[in-house]
Design a protein around this ligand. Sequence first.
Ligand SMILES: Cc1ncc(COP(=O)(O)O)c(C=O)c1O
Length: 419
Amino acid sequence: MTTDAGTIEGLRAEASDLDAADQLRTFRAEFVGSETPLAYFDGNSLGRPPRASVERLARFATDEWGGRLIRGWDESWMQLPFEIGDAIGRIAIGAAPGQTVIGDSTTVLLYKLVRAAFDAQHDADSARVEIVVDRDNFPTDRYLVEGIAAERGGVVRWVEVDADAGVIGAALRDAVGPETAVVLLSHVAYRSGYLADAAELTRIAHDAGALIVWDLCHSAGSVPVHADAQGFDVAIGCTYKYLNGGPGSPAFAYVAAHLQDRLAQPIQGWMGAADVFAMGPRYQPAKGMRRFLSGTPPIVGMLAMQDTLAMIERAGIWAIRRKSVALTEYALRISDAILAPLGVGVASPRDAERRGGHVTLSHPSMRAVTARLWAEDVIPDFRFPDGLRIGLSPLSTGFAETLDGLLAVRDALVAESAG
Ligand SMILES: Cc1ncc(COP(=O)(O)O)c(C=O)c1O
């Protein structure tokens, strides 16, 4: 395909038809900034704010915080981590009530639960000393298992992966055995967008007698997750990506009901104690999900995600997944047409069944291209060494927006090569 003016006209007409036929098209207008020409490819990193959240935040400041003051804790805030947790369980991750809670940052919550899972396994069988994690997992996941292994006398066993894909069954089968305590994997790989076969990998971990912890940061809200049906042990996810909770909004944790009272997390704070206001002399963990809390819940950070959860419930997670697949297929097709001739490669799975909500395009100039694009209100992100990550958040991204952004990538590449 050439990219003369006629062809671009044709592409624009097609993108506009795709937007018109999109069953979820009306959701886009529910996000702040969607009325501007800015092309946003980073909703998988920091989602746009829902318009409803702007009002919710203002109302909270005046009515609840300002009006109810400390009475707010008794009236509703103490329950919020559990209520929103249950909503995430029902709407986004396939979890029955009483197994999901909003806690600390993703990193802190992951640390607490991987360590709790490691300790439970090691206490039950002292031969289980290994934490299995893949080399291409998100840095926080890799760093914290190294820390836990050092602190608890454990060993990290690394799974080697193809960086353009992710962890496959055969690789995990080779890595696990009678010494495995815990396996930590990402459901959707942060760089390639590879969508792991969670059912198969969970089965492999369990067959080896290990517990599995799933990092759902890049899947919650964009890919259907079946935590209960697929027998997850523990899962953690960000809320500021596809759940649009805002910068630094707190993470959620899922712990399967049958495991909750077996896991003892290491940050023993008053909010996780059996009787919070008894303020007794010794820590006694609460029963159920409360034991995974440590300090005062970050209520302000839990406000905005409620509006996105309501949207996901209205749209349905399967319709969201269908649009997500359509958007990533479209982005790859446009990239093949207008970017491949400039030497751009695809560092993400071609098979839609094995791909989450983002695609990564590779070219040696992508770092400089990203800087040019940001200056022009086209916002992808750069992933070392040469990846341009195109995140396509299904509720807030349109096809014409995707085309405009990719045309800007083409122009930036041309400008970069012209020096
Ligand atoms: C896959 C994955 N895991 C963990 C994290 C860490 O999250 P936080 O910085 O909120 O602790 C991120 C952050 O982007 C992530 O993408």
